[in-house]
Design a protein around this ligand. Structure first.
Ligand code: UDP
Length: 342
């Protein structure tokens, strides 16, 4: 039987690339789109090494309707779409809000139009725990209201989810699952695939590994005076391989549902809160390397503390995280050491 084709927008990015590996492992045929605005070809080579497959790949922007339509027509019939193509940096979004709204909204809206025209009805959307803003209580479950977003990035994810909820309500055929990621970290356990920021990293773990590798002089921990046990922010750090596996569970679920069951959404996290300082110390412990770090000023747009209640994903997707934070840090470091030339 022919493999089911799944379009993966942003498939050369960090989360997309790891998910492509999982899709192949589960018998799907991923069709990748990427415009390399925040990624480069290196991760595609890593996917090929791990899977032994030659990739189906189109270079272009999924906010470009002509381009996107062309891919749908050429690859007919796609069974579903995983939409990763978006900007993801909290700090950058505070500096460049219009760029964030334009990119993250345009790509989703264009995708929804083309999916409807081409009769492709299954969509997995990359959402984020930032939709909850600063939650009233933690762990945060899916019933928690969307508070005011702390950053334009968070606001784009809230708006995209609103668009999806309305679209599902209006179209009996459209089936959507949004996955609300907590903080994905780490790399593929083979060290052939990982996070590869094209510029100075914005996210914590690549900043840690690059500092440990001597690429950056010093890690600055953003804020040591928050109302948390050690004064630093608290996050739920989840191994990228666990996160990728959840996407396959989600598309499996959509493909067996014959009708739209309403808009569906799940938290993807470990359920454990870990502070930024704790993570830094764990990194030093598991790798044995020295890390030059200091506590600096707070970063605009940061949520203070959040971690997931992942019970809904356990119950309804049959998914739970398998790796520990230490596994993720070890894998991130193994990957960094392989990429010391960046
Ligand atoms: N962080 C930090 N130094 C850095 C990068 C991030 O202290 O160089 C902190 C950041 O303030 C936040 C946490 O690490 O509390 C996670 O940040 P990241 O950007 O990785 O993910 P976010 O939670 O913002 O999506």
């Amino acid at each position: 039987m022919a493999s089911k084709k799944i379009l993966v927008t942003g498939g050369a990015g960090y989360i997309g690339a790891h998910t492509v590996v999982e899709l192949y492992a589960s018998g799907y045929l991923p069709v990748i789109i990427d415009n390399f605005s925040k990624s480069d070809r290196t991760l595609l080579q890593g996917i090929e090494k791990i899977t032994g497959k030659s990739l189906v790949f189109y270079e272009g922007d999924c906010a470009n309707k002509q381009f996107l339509k062309g891919v749908f027509q050429k690859e007919a019939k796609l069974e579903g779409v995983m939409h990763f193509a978006a900007y993801k940096s909290v700090g950058e979004s505070v500096e460049h809000p219009v760029m964030y709204y334009r990119n993250n909204l345009d790509s989703l809206l264009t995708l929804l139009e083309v999916m409807k025209e081409q009769h492709v009805n299954n969509l997995i959307f990359s959402s984020s725990c930032t939709v909850y803003g600063e939650p009233d209580s933690i762990p945060v479950d899916e019933q928690a209201p969307f508070k005011k977003a702390e950053s334009p990035y968070g606001a784009t994810k809230q708006m995209c989810e609103q668009i999806l909820e309305d679209a599902v309500k209006a179209d009996q055929n459209l089936k959507v699952i949004s996955l609300r990621y907590f903080n994905p970290i780490g790399a593929h356990p083979s060290a052939m695939l990982g996070e590869l920021p094209i510029d100075k990293p914005n996210n914590l773990v690549p900043y840690i590994t690059q500092t440990a590798a001597g690429v950056r002089k010093k890690l600055v921990i953003f804020g040591g005076d928050y109302a948390t046990p050690d004064g630093t922010c608290i996050r739920d750090f989840i191994h990228i391989a666990d996160l990728a596996a959840a996407h396959v569970k989600a598309i499996d679920k959509l493909l067996v549902e014959d009708k739209n069951k309403g808009y569906q959404y799940y938290n993807l996290g470990t359920g454990q809160g870990v502070s930024v300082l704790q993570l830094v110390k764990e990194f030093i412990e598991v790798t044995g390397v020295t890390l030059n770090y200091e506590i600096g000023p707070r970063r605009a747009g940061d949520v203070v503390k959040t971690y997931a209640n992942p019970a809904k994903a356990h119950a309804q997707l049959g998914w739970s995280s398998q790796y520990t934070t230490k596994d993720a840090l070890r894998d991130a470091w193994a990957w960094e050491k392989k990429n010391l030339n960046h």
